[in-house]
Design a protein. Structure first.
Ligand code: FMN
Length: 190
């Protein structure tokens, strides 16, 4: 029996009623039994990256903790909306902080991407920008299937925020199963 994988889920939205946060919360029920998912801490309190801050004070404790959670994980899933056709600033800021670390947590880390957004492209542009930024810091990006939830308000229950779209759920299951395989191909621990 292979050991159970430990996968960290990072949400790119800080909003209480976030569709992406709702999606992130629902993932465990669609993951294979061989994969355990745990939510990452919020990056809401991270200061805006400034190299002078880093030089003067080092990395803030909460940034160190966020990085360590990524290091400990066998893989990472980023679930994020797109803001103005790109990565939400808070999430990009968090990635920028940890990218400056000597023991850079995304190096050789398998990462899968998911997005939900109000528009016709469902956050795909944020995904492609994340793909670009995370590749620049040596993450291993999962390819297909992509999970892109378009027109999010129509796909989530208005009251419970449950994802109701069967096609999206099917793709999510396929992605999580494929991600499990990708991690095992790359992880020395698995
Ligand atoms: C600053 C900002 C920029 C946005 N830009 C886009 C966009 O480029 N494409 C899109 O589909 N939706 C865009 N939206 C709408 C979001 O998709 C929508 O608010 C979505 O619910 C955000 O995700 P969340 O529910 O996880 O917070 C934007 C929203 C905000 C607040």
């Amino acid at each position: 029996m292979p050991e159970q994988l430990d996968v960290l889920v990072i949400c790119g939205s800080l909003r209480k009623g976030s569709y992406n946060a709702a999606l992130a919360r629902m993932l465990p029920q669609w993951a294979p039994a061989s994969m355990a998912l745990r939510p990452a801490a919020s990056f809401a309190s991270f200061p805006i990256y400034n190299a002078d801050l880093q030089t003067t004070n080092g990395f803030p404790d909460e940034v160190n903790a966020w990085a360590e959670a990524i290091r400990r994980a066998d893989g990472v899933i980023v679930v994020s909306p797109e803001y103005n056709w790109s990565i939400p600033g808070g999430l990009k800021n968090a990635i920028d902080w940890v990218s400056r670390m000597k023991e850079q947590p995304f190096k050789d880390k398998p990462v899968a991407l998911q997005s939900a957004a109000g528009g016709i492209l469902g956050g795909s542009r944020a995904q492609y920008h994340l793909r670009q930024s995370l590749t620049s810091i040596d993450a291993i990006l999962f390819g297909r299937p992509e999970v892109i939830v378009t027109f999010a308000p129509q796909k989530f229950d208005e009251k419970t925020l449950e994802l109701k779209d069967a096609a999206a759920i099917d793709l999510i299951k396929q992605q999580l199963a494929g991600f499990d395989k990708l991690i095992r191909r790359h992880s020395p621990k698995a």
